[in-house]
Design a protein around this ligand. Sequence first.
Ligand code: FES
Length: 109
Amino acid sequence: MSEVANKNQLFYVDELAAIEEEEPREVLAGTMTLVVGKWNGEVYAVDGICTHAYAELAEGDMDEHCLYCPLHLAAFDIRDGSVIDGPTDQPLSTYEVVVEDGQVWINLG
Ligand code: FES
């Protein structure tokens, strides 16, 4: 097992090659609901629940680095969680993504 895998704050997601570009994917990490998205070869992780009301962002669409809420179409930048447009001004929390040996992990620490 790699050095990264032994750090227990890391949550395994998938192989990098298995994560599709601009296809948001829900990740349940313990009690946390996150969304992982890939754009331009980079993987990002943000909170999976919209900051406006209750909506699972993995049910929305992604266009380039823009993640859209399926309920009222808030748009978040998945790279930094910031609000691009919509009925909320509350950004999403972001999480560090670690890629080692083609494996993708989220740092929950
Ligand atoms: S719940 Fe996401 S924009 Fe309203």
